[in-house]
Design a protein. Structure first.
Length: 86
């Protein structure tokens, strides 16, 4: 599967903004059929950053959201700035 078809868009809420600062995690809406290994591989390919772990969650709207924790400290904030989230 193509990395661009797995990671759809950043998921921005008040909670996810706090996760960027506190836990070094960034959140994306991902393809519903993608598993954690595919999400990790796609993220590392697109953004060239190492991933520590991936947690997923399906919202009440039916979207699959991936919480991606990065290895390098403060990298989630820097990546959010590059994406235009901040």
């Amino acid at each position: 599967m193509d990395a661009y078809s797995i990671i759809i868009k950043p998921h921005v809420t008040e909670k996810t903004m706090n996760l960027i600062d506190l836990n070094n995690e960034i959140t994306f809406v991902v393809r519903r059929t993608a598993n954690k290994k595919q999400i990790k591989r796609a993220f590392e390919e697109l953004f060239e950053e190492k991933v520590a772990k991936v947690n997923t969650h399906i919202t009440t709207k039916g979207e699959k959201v991936a919480y991606i924790k990065l290895v390098e400290e403060e990298m989630a904030e820097e990546l959010a700035v590059r994406l235009g989230v901040f």
